[in-house]
Design a protein around this ligand. Structure first.
Ligand code: AMP
Length: 416
C-alpha cells in the first residue's frame, strides 16, 4: 500500500520508521516530513492544516492510507477532507477530535460516559475563575480550553499565578489536582473495536526531578514495571469503551488514536486528558517495542476492520527516549544552530532542518532530537539511549538526566 504521513516532528519520524519497516508499505510519502524522515520516505511540501491541500496531495500521490500525526490538522478537518475523496485515513473527524481540541467538550463526554476524571469547572471570566478556585485547595490546575501543544496547563500552589494564567487564556477549565504517577495509554480504534498499545510514561517538566515549567515532553519509557497488572484492562473497561460508545451515541464516532493520559490515584486511575493522536515522545518508545507491522494495523483501524486484525506482538525488553532540547526551551528556544551526530542510529529528528547552501543539519525547533534505544531491561535501554544522546552535539542544548531513573530504582510508588 502507498501511505502518506502528515507531520514533521519526532512522533512522525518514529511513525515513519515503523511504517517503512512494514513489508506491506510499498511507498511512504511524508509531508512536510523532516531531514530524519527523508531517509525512509519521499518528502512533499504541504500546509498540514489546509484540508483541501492535503486531500489534493493524497489523491496526487495515489495514497491508500493517510496517517495524520499532529492534532492541528485533525481539528482543522483534514481527516474529513481526505475521507471525502474516498481515501482511508488514520485519524478522527474534526467533530471527534474535539475530545482533544476542547477540554470542556472532553469533560462533557467523560461525564456523560461515567468516566473517572478530575472534577472540573469551565470558566470564562474573573468571577467564575475565583469561584472555581475557591472550591479547591492548592495545588491549582488551570487548563487553557483549546489546543496549546501540551503547554496550556499551569499547576501551581500560588493562587495569583493560577488567576494570571486564567486571565491570559480567556477560556479555561479549573480542576481538581490528581495526585499519583502518570501513565500514557495509546489505543488504536476504528470507533468500535479498540486495541491498547503498551502503557508508557513521559516527562513533562523541563528539569531533573520534575522541576521547572511544563514542556511538550522531555523523554519517555515503556513498559512500566510499577504499573498495576490489571491497569490496561481497567482503563479499557472504565474509560475507553464508555467513551467510544458515547461518541457513537452522539453520531460522531472516534476512529484513530485515542491517547488516554491518566493519573494513578489512591482511588484508582483517573483521566487527566484525552488526545486525538499519538503522543510525543511516548510514540518513540511504544513503536520501538511493537513487532506487529504498523501500516496494517493503522489501515485496519482506518477501514473499520480492527476486529479482524490479529493480536499485537511486542518485543521483549524495554525502550527509552531522551529529548535533546534547544537552548532557551521551552520559554524561547534558539534555532539555527549546527548539529553534529544527528545521523547516528537511534536518533529521532523532532525539530531539524537542512541548510539550503550546504545541507548542514540545523536546529529548527524547541525539541530538536531524541536519543532512542531498546534493551533487555529498562536500565540497559536507558544506558543505550543516553549513549546516543552523548553522541549528539548541539550548542547550548540541554536534556534531562533522570529519564526512567525512578522506575529503574523502584522509587515509583502507587498511592493508597
Ligand atoms: P495536559 O495538557 O492536560 O496533559 O496537562 C499537562 C500536564 O499537567 C499533565 O501531564 C499533568 O502532569 C499536569 N496535570 C494536568 N491536569 C492535572 C490534574 N488534574 N492534576 C494533576 N496534574 C495535572
Amino acid at each position: 500500500m502507498r501511505v502518506l504521513l502528515l507531520g514533521g516532528g519526532g512522533r512522525e519520524h518514529a511513525l515513519a520508521l515503523a511504517l517503512a519497516d512494514d513489508p506491506s508499505v510499498e511507498a511512504l510519502i511524508a509531508a512536510p516530513g523532516n531531514p530524519g524522515i527523508a531517509a525512509v520516505a519521499q518528502l512533499r511540501a504541504v500546509d498540514p492544516v489546509d484540508p483541501v491541500a492535503v486531500a489534493g496531495l493524497a489523491v496526487e500521490v495515489g495514497a491508500d492510507l493517510v496517517v495524520i500525526g499532529p492534532e492541528a490538522p485533525l481539528v482543522a478537518g483534514v481527516a474529513d477532507a481526505v475521507r471525502a475523496k474516498g481515501i482511508a485515513v488514520f485519524g478522527p473527524s474534526a467533530e471527534a477530535a474535539r475530545l482533544e481540541g476542547s477540554k470542556t467538550f472532553a469533560k462533557e463526554v467523560m461525564t456523560a460516559a461515567g468516566v473517572p476524571t478530575a472534577r472540573a469547572y469551565p470558566c470564562t471570566d474573573e468571577a467564575s475563575t475565583a469561584a472555581a478556585l475557591d472550591r479547591f485547595d492548592p495545588p491549582y490546575v488551570v487548563k487553557n480550553d483549546g489546543l496549546a501543544a501540551g503547554k496550556g496547563v499551569v499547576v501551581t500552589d500560588e493562587r495569583a499565578a493560577a488567576e494570571a494564567h486564567a486571565r491570559e487564556c480567556g477560556r479555561v477549565v479549573i480542576e481538581e489536582y490528581l495526585a499519583g504517577p502518570e501513565v500514557s495509554l495509546f489505543v488504536v480504534t476504528d470507533g468500535e473495536t479498540a486495541v491498547p498499545l503498551l502503557p508508557a510514561q513521559d516527562f513533562k517538566r523541563v528539569g531533573d526531578g520534575d522541576s521547572g515549567p511544563n514542556t511538550g515532553g522531555m523523554g519517555a519509557y515503556a513498559p512500566l514495571p510499577w504499573a498495576p497488572p490489571d491497569l490496561v484492562d481497567e482503563v479499557m473497561r472504565d474509560v475507553v469503551h464508555p467513551t467510544l460508545a458515547e461518541m457513537r451515541r452522539r453520531g460522531t464516532p472516534f476512529s484513530g488514536l485515542l491517547y488516554v493520559g491518566l493519573a494513578i490515584t489512591a482511588d484508582g486511575p483517573r483521566v487527566i486528558e484525552f488526545n486525538a493522536r499519538f503522543g510525543d515522545p511516548e510514540t518513540q518508545v511504544v513503536l520501538a517495542l511493537l513487532e506487529t507491522p504498523l501500516g496494517g494495523l493503522l489501515h485496519a483501524a482506518a477501514t473499520g476492520a480492527l476486529a479482524d486484525h490479529p493480536p499485537l506482538r511486542w518485543r521483549t525488553g524495554a525502550a527509552v527516549t531522551v529529548v535533546v532540547a534547544a537552548e532557551g526551551y521551552p520559554a524561547g528556544p534558539r534555532t539555527g544552530d549546527v548539529i553534529t551526530g544527528g545521523e547516528q542510529p537511534g536518533v529521532i529528528h523532532a525539530g531539524t532542518a537542512r541548510r539550503a547552501a550546504d545541507g548542514a543539519l540545523l536546529s529548527a525547533g524547541g525539541r530538536v532530537l531524541c536519543g532512542t534505544a531498546t534493551g533487555p531491561d529498562l536500565a540497559a535501554a536507558r544506558d543505550a539511549a543516553y549513549q546516543v544522546v552523548r553522541g549528539i552535539e548541539l550548542p547550548g542544548s540541554h536534556y534531562r538526566r533522570d529519564i526512567a531513573a525512578a522506575a529503574i530504582d523502584g522509587l515509583i510508588t502507587l498511592p493508597g
